[in-house]
Ligand binder design. Sequence first.
Ligand code: IMP
Length: 433
Amino acid sequence: MPVVVLVGAQWGDEGKGKVVDYLARKADVVVRFQGGNNAGHTLVVGGEKIILHLVPSGILHPGKLCIIGNGLVIDPQVLCEEIEQLKQKGHFRNEARLKISERAQLILPYHRMIDVASESRKGEGKIGTTGRGIGPAYADKAGRTGLRFCELKNPESLVRKLGAAIAEKNQYLVKICGAKPLDSGKIIEEFLEYSRKLSGYAADTSRLLNELAAKRKRILFEGAQGTMLDLDHGTYPYVTSSNTIAGAACVGAGLSPRLVDRIVGVSKAYTTRVGAGPFPTELSGELAERLRERGGEYGATTGRPRRCGWLDLVQLKYAARLNGLTDLVITKLDVLSGIDPVQVCIGYKYRGKLLKEFPAEIEVMEKMVPVYKKFKGWRQELGKVRDLADLPKETKSYLKFIEERLEVPILAVSVGKEREEIIVMSEPFARRD
Ligand code: IMP
């Protein structure tokens, strides 16, 4: 059955964009199911760098249908800009290739303001959000006061609902955030413009997806962020506001779990995290700097330097279980060339005990000390390798250890930024079709 869900197995930024780009060639449909423009998928196509925040990466492949599911929070301004950019670069000539769920939530200007204001009020304890209004938009969804994409289809009710929502939020902005009230007339004008530009993309995407699944079309779900940023299962409260694990694909797109066939987790050959919160295997000093520079570890959305550390197999095992991974993709293996030894975390020490499971309490996460296994490094550059057999023997034993510990087979290994710099062991769509 050709339904594949792809998720980040760490704290986001695993290089999912490139893997989705690869798998999208074999897919008919690419679907985003959670998050918003806090995501930033960087793709290098023919030397040209393209960063997508909302539109699924499949858009770069002519003829593929792209769906933005109901589980997203959509900033219409960002969406308009992204569509414009794609059109200008010649990647989006047929508008029928993009469908957006009528049930997706809208990010409004006050969500962005509240996000930034609440972060600055938190001071030291801030989460380090992307400031895109993600948390406040999901809070309104859960509080049943959000506005949905379908509102853009009906300008009359849009004006009424938007006016009421702004009046309500202005009280909060003024009294709690100490900000100036928003100009409701100006925002309504802007949203009427978005309504003209975007309402044509609105669709019942759950119905569409189910019809496509019934026709055995190949469907690829493109996860954003990563397992450890999941609202329920991540390093709470240092998480994003959506569920990022594979189970969320069904909720966020309106497709039954019965239809999912394979679940692919993406992990770097080391670990990074952007924003605040526990990161057990974090490195500092020269080694961290080396990974950051060589790996280009700067956020695609905010440009912030990413924190860097060793691969954490306790964390990855947790991710494998939560997602039910059937396959693993390791990215940025080339970045480790020249580092000796290479280390991986296989347990944590906490108050004299060995922890083999990822804990729930933030206080434990902060205090536990990783236990490492050392691997001999390799000097060879890997960018040109296209066959697993041609990797240095040290690299092969590193990969083998990961595979055996996680009990998940490695599907592919990425060895560089460019599309073709990848070693593929098997094809998830081809295998069972
Ligand atoms: P928010 O999603 O903007 O609310 O941010 C919450 C946390 O998730 C912060 O630590 C962000 O840095 C992190 N985050 C959100 N989106 C991404 C992403 O796409 N990659 C990596 N980290 C992210």
